[in-house]
Each structure stands twice: as structure tokens, then as C-alpha cells.
Design a protein around this ligand. Structure first.
Ligand SMILES: [Zn+2]
Length: 116
């Protein structure tokens, strides 16, 4: 069952926790009876009044304190330093190519996926 802190794994807001997905988007899905993701639809249905309150700004979107499974770096500088360190080690593993700010935990992670 989907909760506020469930991370979407597909769709437009992939990798975003449900409470961070714009409420308008969720309400729009609901209005269109879009059940492409039945669990998401169920979440919207169950939390409809909550989502509506968020949509009109009556309720603040909560800060999340999820700890990501990936290594979290406190700043971009630290992440880049680690990136440099790893790229200088000669190994056969996939090496990270960039750092990025994580929308889930607010920290920085490294990824081997290029931006484009
Ligand atoms: Zn994260």
C-alpha cells in the first residue's frame, strides 16, 4: 500500500516520494480516473482531502527524513571529491561520473549514469 513516503518507481514523478509529488498532478490523475497505477489511484482516493488541502496550500508538504540506501554526501563539494577519488582508482567496476542532489533525502549521491 502506498504511503506519503512511498517512492514512485515509474511515471512522470519517478523517484519522488508521494508527498512531494505536486498535489495538482495527483488530483488530475484522480479527476481523469487514471488507474494506470492502481496503487497510486488508491492512495489518492484514500488521501483525497489531504491532497486537496495541500493543493490549496492549507497544509504544508512535509519534510522528509528518509535515509537513502545510497551513500549520502553532505555537500556537492564532498561528493565531487569522492567522485575524483573513485575515478582515480583503476578498477573494472562501473565508476560514477557525476554527483546530483537527491530530491528524497536532500543530500548528494554519485551515479554512473550520464546526464544525457
Ligand atoms: Zn537520497
Amino acid at each position: 500500500m502506498y504511503e506519503d513516503d512511498t517512492i514512485l518507481i515509474k511515471g512522470k514523478y519517478k523517484f519522488t516520494a508521494l508527498c512531494r509529488v505536486p498535489p495538482e498532478y495527483l488530483l488530475n490523475l484522480y479527476a481523469k480516473k487514471n488507474k494506470a497505477n492502481p496503487e497510486l489511484y488508491e492512495y489518492i482516493e484514500k488521501n483525497l482531502s489531504l491532497i486537496k488541502s495541500r493543493a490549496i496550500g492549507a497544509l504544508e508538504i512535509p519534510e522528509l527524513h528518509i535515509v537513502c540506501k545510497k551513500i549520502v554526501y553532505s555537500s556537492e563539494k564532498v561528493a565531487k571529491a569522492e567522485l575524483k577519488r573513485i575515478s582515480e582508482m583503476n578498477n573494472d567496476h562501473k565508476i560514477p561520473v557525476r554527483s546530483y542532489r537527491c530530491e528524497v533525502c536532500g543530500g548528494f549521491h554519485l551515479t554512473s549514469k550520464p546526464l544525457y
